[in-house]
Design a protein around this ligand. Structure first.
Ligand SMILES: [Zn+2]
Length: 139
């Protein structure tokens, strides 16, 4: 179901709780909402009002990738990025890393399975922005 993207800083600045397989519906709503927004390339569950650590981003093929409980495990090549956020009015400058490794859970047949992924460029930047959202950090 397509949800509204919120700007409520009290909700957005709260660190998210770990997500479980029971949060499958939240993940589906997140993907629907991301696909429905022409400008969005990524979205965190707290941006649709659910303070669970679930993120979604569009991969190079424009398909939503969902990650439960994403964590950065490695980061290389820092740079300064100016980022916009759907939940904020003004863009801000922030340090990002060109190359990252992420550990996360993927929902497979109703169960969470641990996964790892190497990302770079736009996908890496989107995932770092989203992991910040999960920790209650806004750019
Ligand atoms: Zn954001």
């Amino acid at each position: 179901m397509i949800k509204e993207v919120i700007t409520d800083e009290e909700i957005l600045s709260r660190p998210c709780e770990p997500a479980t397989a029971e949060d499958a519906e939240v993940a589906a709503d997140l993907a629907d909402t991301l696909l429905a927004d022409d400008e969005a390339v990524c979205l965190a569950a707290n941006q649709i009002g659910v303070t669970k650590a679930i993120i979604a981003y569009l991969n190079e093929a424009g398909k939503p990738v969902i990650m439960f409980n994403p964590k950065l495990t490695q980061k290389l090549k820092p740079y300064t990025a100016v980022e916009a956020c759907l939940s904020r009015e003004e863009p801000s400058a922030v340090t990002r890393y060109e190359w990252i490794r992420v550990a996360y859970d993927q929902l497979v047949d109703g169960k969470l399975v641990p996964r790892k992924k190497k990302l770079e460029g736009n996908s890496a930047q989107a995932v770092q922005h989203m992991i910040d959202h999960c920790e209650g950090i806004l750019v």
